[in-house]
Design a binder for this molecule. Structure first.
Ligand SMILES: Nc1ncnc2c1ncn2[C@@H]1O[C@H](COP(=O)(O)OP(=O)(O)OP(=O)(O)O)[C@@H](O)[C@H]1O
Length: 349
């Protein structure tokens, strides 16, 4: 594991995402599933990326790693330890992937080759990325990573099917950790697991992060997990970040109506009914020019579907993209509530 960050290390982010845009090629033209995302990740911190299904969370995670299908476009910059991953080109990125950014997937069985032993997976990975290591060093590194994730060395030569779902996810995490990346992106890493094993895997990720100083970007639709496991949270909607800040602040005092509605849509102990946000996200092939949430927003004003609010700091400190925090810049007419009828027209426009 890499050493914990020293107190004298520069305070700058270990990864800095600026203006990131990702488009898929479709029959209807490019679909910008991520459209102008800025995100700084500090050493050792965990950030939860949340939002409804289809809002672009996985695309953002994959865009960071350049793991996109043919024809996809990637714009902006992803700076990790002084290297811009977007500009370096696919081949170099493939070589660096795993070393600078590790990825933990939702379903380990789709990533582990059933015909290869656990040891073969580590051998292949380390031979590709750590060419200077000899056979014994590779084995030692692999066993260390497995030990850190709670897999006994005696199981090194077993096949993936000989492990439970939770153990397989631990192996995936060990395969990520063995390259000692400064940042790990975990995309719904516990969705395929039952609640008890999920808690164990999350505790493991938190523990590893504390011990090694690795940063974690945790992609999930589960706000409860983020509240428990993440220092900060970024709330995504229709390819953009609506709000981002310390988890405690965002959960206690959400600055964006979308965050508020999303929080209300999760089952809490005090509610028995699931409230879902009325309406559906906009068509990303032809998104509205103003705020993308305006057509579903209970607080929408006349300005909202027409002009994009840009990003400001809320009084509570988080970054937020909402006109409610720029009211003094609006005219009386722009501040008037958006009528449902106007919403429908704005939606069609
Ligand atoms: N390969 C692809 N080609 C075209 N469009 C895609 C492709 N993959 C995803 N999309 C579209 O991009 C948008 C964002 O999808 P993405 O999977 O990133 O969202 P998500 O927030 O991770 O959703 P989920 O929580 O369901 O995984 C969606 O509208 C989706 O339909």
């Amino acid at each position: 594991m890499s050493a914990a960050p020293s107190t004298t290390a520069p305070a700058g982010p270990v990864a800095s995402v600026k203006g990131l845009r990702v488009a898929y090629a479709t029959a209807r033209g490019p679909v910008w599933a991520v459209d102008g995302v800025d995100l700084d990740i500090a050493a050792g911190e965990s950030i939860g990326l949340v939002g409804e299904s289809g809002c672009g969370k996985s695309t953002l995670g994959r865009g960071l790693l350049g793991l996109l299908p043919d024809g996809a476009r990637l714009e902006g910059s992803v700076d990790v330890q002084g290297q811009d991953l977007v500009r370096m080109g696919r081949r170099r990125m493939r070589r660096l992937r795993g070393k600078v950014l590790g990825l933990v997937f939702q379903e380990p069985m789709t990533r582990l080759d059933p015909l290869m032993k656990v040891s073969d997976h580590f051998e292949e990975l380390l031979r590709t990325h750590e060419r200077r290591l000899g056979r014994r060093e590779r084995r030692a590194r692999a066993l260390e990573a497995l030990r850190e994730t709670g897999i006994p060395p005696s199981r090194y030569d077993q096949y993936p099917h000989e492990f439970s779902g939770g153990m397989r996810q631990r192996i995936m995490i060990a395969l990520t950790l063995v390259l000692k990346p400064p940042v790990i992106v975990a995309d719904e890493p516990t969705t395929a697991l039952d609640v008890l094993v999920e808690a164990q895997v999350l505790a493991l990720l938190a523990d590893l992060r504390r011990r090694s100083g690795t940063s974690l970007l945790l992609i999930t639709h589960n706000l409860g997990i983020v509240a428990e496991a993440c220092d900060r949270v970024a709330v995504m909607y229709a390819g953009q970040i609506m709000e981002e800040g310390p988890s405690q602040t965002v959960f206690r005092e959400p600055a964006h109506p979308y965050t508020r509605e999303l929080l209300a849509s999760t089952i809490s102990l005090s509610t028995t009914e699931l409230h879902s946000i009325p309406g559906s996200p906009p068509d990303l092939a032809d998104p509205p020019q103003g705020c993308r949430f305006s057509a579903r927003c209970p607080d929408a004003m006349r300005v909202c579907p027409v002009r994009h609010p840009g990003e400001v700091r809320a009084a509570t400190g988080q970054r937020v993209s909402c006109w409610l925090h720029r009211l003094d810049e609006l005219s009386d007419i722009e501040r008037m509530p958006l009528e449902r009828q106007e919403m429908a027209v704005a939606d069609e426009a």
